[in-house]
Design a protein around this ligand. Structure first.
Ligand SMILES: *[C@@H]1O[C@H](CO)[C@@H](O)[C@H](O)[C@H]1NC(C)=O
Ligand SMILES: *[C@@H]1O[C@H](CO)[C@@H](O)[C@H](O)[C@H]1NC(C)=O
Ligand SMILES: *[C@@H]1O[C@H](CO)[C@@H](O)[C@H](O)[C@H]1NC(C)=O
Ligand SMILES: *[C@@H]1O[C@H](CO)[C@@H](O)[C@H](O)[C@H]1NC(C)=O
Ligand SMILES: *[C@@H]1O[C@H](CO)[C@@H](O)[C@H](O)[C@H]1NC(C)=O
Ligand SMILES: *[C@@H]1O[C@H](CO)[C@@H](O)[C@H](O)[C@H]1NC(C)=O
Length: 460
């Protein structure tokens, strides 16, 4: 009973937490008004002294102490703490992926391992996050009831990251050792949210079935997700109790989702987190990214190298080159037409360009080409949470594909990204478009202003 009551309280807190979203002075004024109205209509029952209560007393309340948003400084990378889940066995293989995005002496956080690393690893590289070893829970009385100890270890990593006691934290970012994160974009996206409120920000799986088996309202942890400080602070008091109540769950992400649902906190979706529950060649997916900053890529080892001529770690580092120059533009799709030859051209900045020998609508080209396969083999349609285009043997709808080769300063204010051809098309020219073959084209150069694509506006 008392637990239920405390849950109601949390739900009410959560409701209020969204009233002052945006952290502008104006929104504070509005939230003040809502607060007043809400109070007028709120339940205000008093506890009954009678032994058998015939009604359910509860009182709605909200958090009152939040920093004044008018003096709050903008969030930057130093306000983020990362909790990365890894294991000793996989560390060597995953290390290049972590080091591709980790910034020594800039990013704060930890790589959590299942056990202490062996002697040869004791010389821990400064280019990687410092490691911690997850607490052994085998002596915990609940542990014999736990169905998936590894998943509980992953879930408890949130708690153990929090217990490191870092100061001035606004967001905890949780991810796996095979997740690549895009930090500049992450900071820019988190700037939109009020870190003093309860936020659980992440994304679903690409595959319908993964969401169906678990939840469409859950953040998939490999994609990475962000939890605001107050949320983790609250979660830390309840996390082990959540496990005790649900020892048979087999997914750490689902454990978190269940636990946060009890608090009344639901998922805020950001489309740039990518679980990549896909197999094979994901170039079709990365060439038609949603119009949203890319925040992560996961499952690097279960997909083909994202650049076909490279191995996996080289390919990730290749994508990090444009990411270092301008993440806001990275993988953002631009579509244009070359009317003299009836060509359609689609650019995924910093990654690929496609040339089609026909005029195709933007609506068509915004759909990813289904170059990839779903996570699970025997799935039925619909497979994905988004529309796709099937790869056909049709010269009018199959693109000539070019991948990022290099980037240079074109002038003081311009960057040129150069893309070279993956392979020659074996198909005849598209007759519908007037037989203008793009086979002679071996290179595409894309000029873009040096100025960042997204200008951040902070409401101060
Ligand atoms: C981040 O913001 C804090 C103020 O909250 C400031 O002291 C710090 O210098 C900033 N760090 C960076 C890297 O901009
Ligand atoms: C990080 O800081 C430490 C100590 O301040 C310094 O010795 C080290 O060289 C720095 N590492 C990098 C990669 O900047
Ligand atoms: C990938 O290529 C790089 C550079 O050629 C090399 O150092 C690295 O060992 C390769 N990785 C694998 C897993 O083969
Ligand atoms: C390109 O220009 C930027 C800004 O002017 C400079 O920081 C960078 O070093 C230049 N890169 C090259 C390869 O010249
Ligand atoms: C395009 O080529 C096909 C066969 O290669 C031919 O039948 C057709 O007439 C050509 N169309 C034009 C507009 O040249
Ligand atoms: C472009 O395609 C249209 C429609 O198929 C055709 O009428 C036109 O002649 C083509 N233009 C060129 C330059 O081939």
């Amino acid at each position: 009973m008392s637990r239920e009551m405390s849950l109601y309280h949390s739900a009410a807190k959560q409701k209020l937490s969204h009233f002052s979203l945006g952290s502008s002075c104006r929104s504070v004024a509005i939230s003040g008004l809502l607060l007043l109205l809400f109070y007028t209509f709120s339940f205000n029952y008093h506890n009954s002294q009678s032994p058998v209560a015939s009604y359910l007393p509860f009182r709605l309340s909200w958090l009152s102490s939040s920093p004044d948003p008018c003096t709050d400084t903008p969030t930057n990378i130093s306000h983020l703490v990362f909790g990365i889940v890894g294991s000793v066995k996989t560390w060597k293989q995953k290390r290049p992926y972590i080091e591709s995005w980790w910034r020594p002496n800039v990013t704060r956080g930890y790589l959590f391992l299942d056990r202490a690393p062996s002697k040869e690893l004791r010389d821990w590289p400064p280019s990687s996050p410092p490691f911690r070893v997850n607490k052994d829970i085998t002596k915990w009385e609940v542990s014999r009831k736990i169905a998936a100890p590894v998943q509980v270890r992953i879930f408890r990593t949130i708690l153990e990251t929090f217990r490191q006691g870092d100061k001035d934290v606004r967001w905890y970012i949780m991810a796996d050792d095979d997740t690549v994160l895009f930090l500049d974009n992450l900071v820019e996206v988190l700037l939109k949210y009020d870190h003093t409120k309860y936020y659980y920000i992440g994304s679903s799986s690409e595959c319908v079935m993964s969401n169906f088996f678990l939840s469409f309202e859950m953040a998939f942890g490999g994609a990475g997700y962000a939890l605001s400080y107050p949320l983790v602070e609250m979660l830390a008091t309840e996390l082990d109790a959540c496990i005790e109540r649900n020892p048979r769950l087999y997914s750490s992400d689902f454990m978190l989702h269940i636990c946060l649902t009890d608090f009344g906190v639901s998922l805020t979706k950001e489309r740039g987190f990518h679980q990549i529950d896909l197999h094979g060649d994901i170039s079709g997916f990365l060439s038609a990214h949603p119009q949203s900053p890319i925040l992560s890529l996961h499952h690097i080892d279960t997909i083909d190298p994202i650049f076909p001529s490279m191995n996996r770690s080289e390919a990730i580092n290749q994508l990090m080159k444009p990411a270092q120059v301008d993440q806001s533009r990275l993988l953002q799709q631009t579509i244009c037409y070359q009317r003299e030859r009836n060509w359609s051209i689609s650019v995924s900045w910093g990654y690929s360009t496609h040339i089609y020998e026909n005029i195709l609508s933007r609506n068509f080209l915004r759909r990813p080409l289904e170059t990839f396969r779903p996570w699970m083999k025997r799935n039925k349609s619909p497979l994905y949470l988004f529309n796709t285009r099937i790869l056909e043997d049709n010269p009018c709808t199959v693109p000539h594909v070019f991948f990022l080769k290099s980037m240079e300063n074109a002038s003081r204010n311009e960057i040129v990204t150069t893309y070279t051809r993956a392979s020659k098309s074996g198909l005849p020219a598209c007759a519908l478009g007037g037989n203008h073959s793009a086979n002679p084209i071996s290179r595409v150069e894309v000029f873009s202003p040096r100025r960042r694509h997204i200008e951040v506006s902070v409401f101060i």
